[in-house]
Design a binder for this molecule. Structure first.
Ligand SMILES: Cc1cc2nc3c(=O)[nH]c(=O)nc-3n(C[C@H](O)[C@H](O)[C@H](O)COP(=O)(O)O)c2cc1C
Ligand code: SF4
Length: 415
């Protein structure tokens, strides 16, 4: 199922990434054609012209990483399917539906940067079987052998330096990175690490060209993306859409909301809450960096979680913050001390047992942890906490006086 920006309905336009009716090689070739080898570096200019942004969350221009990785010695390429984000299922879906598109992208990326070593880092049971079957089918066709390594399923698994550590045989924990991976990554070699969806787009660009790629999405964020739509919707699932798609179309593609909605969490557990003041808001909000900027949100890795009216948004946020605090690698101060304190204060707020200055404390703790970790885990956690304070201001006030505005109930247990 696919959407593009101009689509009058969620169901009108042809899918790209999810176009193949089955994951086998024959169907893949019938759907997309042969793997179009490009020669070293040519692909980098085409990817630059396409405007492809990484689909792993940060939205960094793909060509820049490719160009930097191609400039050094013998490079390593890595396809990242760790998908540690609990609300995301797009990488598993992509690998299950179109493993050959990802593997084509990995081969093409290896060719573009002159790599002789390629890795797929995948969460067990989440597209791993399809990927291994596809690799067996392609044996003898690929120019670079692909090593498959299993991720452990923790939230931090897929962070770039954690992936590299795991592939080097060490614990999959983030490291301080003073030198970017494309310059010095795995075993000190130039390392091009991309999310699997980014690589699948690379395989499409090599076939269709940059002008075709830009026929979906917006001028600043071209192409389609995979959204995992869950929460209070009729039929949670993964949807392919052009950037700029109205939020309402994403809901429509999964059968619509299952209740009146009060807000949506966009960008995942490191994302931000977008309040839906009335039913028309979802039709007005475009899912793109520009469309979400007024809410302090970005599409991130395409996670969209709908929250119904009447549910306690502070309790929902508190659950996620507690999870995130527990997932920290406990290597840096902000994670060791800051995130547990942040989660505890938020839990007190949600539980209606917080002192009057609790919201200010959460703000202060968020400020204290930001930009102070070796990786962006504290930043993403702080972003979520702050966005909840902003989006649910009225709820925060009500909780401070021992009442939940969403449920209309007095909170039992307030001292
Ligand atoms: C805490 C944390 C977790 C991350 N988890 C993932 C992940 O599961 N999968 C992923 O592709 N990128 C993840 N990333 C982003 C990666 O570090 C990296 O930026 C990305 O894989 C690069 O791919 P791209 O250029 O294709 O976007 C994570 C980042 C952070 C800070
Ligand atoms: S900031 Fe947190 S998650 Fe990131 S490396 Fe430090 S302790 Fe680990």
């Amino acid at each position: 199922m696919s959407l593009t920006v101009d689509a009058p309905s969620a169901l009108d336009t042809a899918p790209r990434l999810l176009a193949a009716p089955s994951p086998d090689l024959a169907t893949h070739r019938a759907t997309f054609g042969e793997l179009p080898w490009q020669g070293r570096r040519r692909l980098v200019s085409e990817v630059e012209a396409s405007g492809l942004l990484g689909r792993g969350g940060a939205g960094f221009p793909a060509w820049r990483k490719m160009a930097a990785s191609a400039a050094g010695g013998e490079a390593v390429v890595i396809a990242n399917a760790a998908e540690g984000e609990p609300a995301s299922a797009k990488d598993a879906t992509l690998l299950s539906v179109s493993p050959h598109l990802v593997l084509d992208g990995l081969q093409l990326a290896a060719e573009a940067v002159g790599a002789k070593e390629a890795h797929l880092y995948v969460r067990p049971g989440r597209g791993e079987h399809a990927a291994r079957t596809a690799l067996a089918e392609r044996r003898g066709r690929d120019r670079v052998e692909v090593t498959v390594t299993r991720a452990s399923g923790h939230f931090l698994d897929g962070e770039e330096t954690a992936v590299i550590s795991a592939l080097e045989g060490r614990v999959a924990l983030p490291r301080d990175k003073r030198i970017p991976a494309p310059v010095s990554g795995m075993r000190g070699r130039p390392t091009l690490l991309h999310n699997v969806e980014t690589l699948a787009h690379v395989a499409l660009i090599a076939r269709g060209g940059s002008a075709w790629f830009r026929t979906a999405g917006t001028a600043e964020e071209p192409g389609t993306f995979l959204a995992t739509v869950s929460g209070d919707v009729a039929s949670p699932g993964v949807v392919e859409a052009g950037y700029g798609v109205p939020l309402a179309d994403l809901f429509a593609a999964v059968g619509g909301p299952s209740a009146d909605l009060q807000a949506v969490l966009i960008g995942g557990y490191h994302g931000a809450w977008v309040p839906l003041a009335d039913a028309d808001d979802a039709a007005r909000i475009a899912v793109s960096r520009a469309g979400l900027a007024p809410y302090g949100a970005t599409p991130g890795a395409g996670v969209v979680v709908a929250l119904r009216s009447g549910a306690c948004a502070l309790a929902a946020t508190s659950k996620v913050l507690t999870y995130l605090a527990g997932q920290s690698a406990r290597q840096c101060g902000p994670c060791l001390n800051g995130l547990p304190a942040l989660a505890e204060n938020f839990a007190a707020l949600a539980g209606g047992r917080a002192p009057r200055n609790c919201a200010q404390r959460v703000e202060r703790l968020s400020e204290l942890v930001e930009r102070r970790g070796a990786c962006h885990h504290p930043d993403g956690t702080a972003r979520l906490a702050r966005s909840a304070l902003r989006a649910f201001e009225e709820d925060v006030r009500a909780h401070l006086s021992g009442r939940c505005a969403a449920t209309g109930l007095m909170i039992v247990g307030r001292p």
